[in-house]
Design a protein around this ligand. Sequence first.
Ligand code: GLU
Length: 374
Amino acid sequence: MDDAARRHHHLGGVKRLIVKIGSAVIAPDGVPSPMAFAALAGQYAAIRRRGIALAVVSSGAVASGFRPLGFDRPPATMALKQAAAAVGQPLLMQSWSTALGSHGVTAAQVLFTAEDLSDRARYLNARRTMAELLDRGVLPIINENDTVSYEEIRFGDNDMLSALAADVLSADALIILSKATGLYADGDSSRVISTIASDAEDMAASHVRDERSSVGTGGMASKLAASMMSARWGIPTVVAGGHVPDVLTRVLAGEVLGTLFTPSKERMAARHRWLSGAARPKASIVVDAGAARALRERHASLLPSGVTSVEGVFDRGAVVMVRDPSGDAIAKGLTLYSSEEISRIAGRRSDQIESILGCWLSEEVIHRDDLAVL
Ligand code: GLU
């Protein structure tokens, strides 16, 4: 398949799209650009008229807020960045509402922390709410809830959030718009790599020469990580230049613009996407070398016989990290037993579970359907 045919194949039939916009596109140097909002809003309206449902992950809260807060560059401390986001987020939404309103499109503000999407019930609820917004023709404008996100519960950057949003909405494409016009070969901005396969992360990473914009936080490394993740989930992902005229409509029409991360052949099931992406384990199960191999190579279920120890306290149904004997993460999974139960059956055969615990739920500690190998 040549580049153009590949683009058509992956992007021609998109029905549900997530677009991520970097701060440097809409608020360069910390000044929201009405022209940039207007240009993007026009493209969204055109896309929606073609029957494509759309949600946007918009950065720019900190970038829109630091000047009104009295700074002439983005502040360095977390608390001041959060303060700037608190000032900037309503200004950002105002810009979106004005730009979209002139096309008759209603915008909705959706703010997430990483913790929100890591919690299965809240994640499922977010899915339902977002689906309602889309069904009603409203355009969700998503951002991280910066003011209440601190280190442990941050996504870190909106590139990752956009991949998770693509998962939440079961989108069939993700377009990340940035100051850079794609992933550059050897960092040379005159040579955009047009296609990267979902299993070519090392090759792609070797081309990243990271240079961040003055107002954004992510840079190309984080765009690459997010794009690889969504491509592995089976979602075609494009990184392209936000300033390129009509970039969205042209990318969707199959024009070879920016870098396309081709999706893996099979679309990953929703539960596995959540496990491998948004879920953030607070505890671990350590397994022996044999079990580690079985998980990695055969995607087998985890049986009690392979467990050597449990780290942390959790109930049945918790998300845990499964680690090999040297502590490296192998997989994330949903446990069928609690930490206390697993420590008692660790190293034992499954047919001994009932006599040890006095109850029997299943022969696995984690069923393969509930395991996402990393
Ligand atoms: N959430 C941040 C903001 O709106 C941006 C994070 C990022 O640039 O990735 O300012």
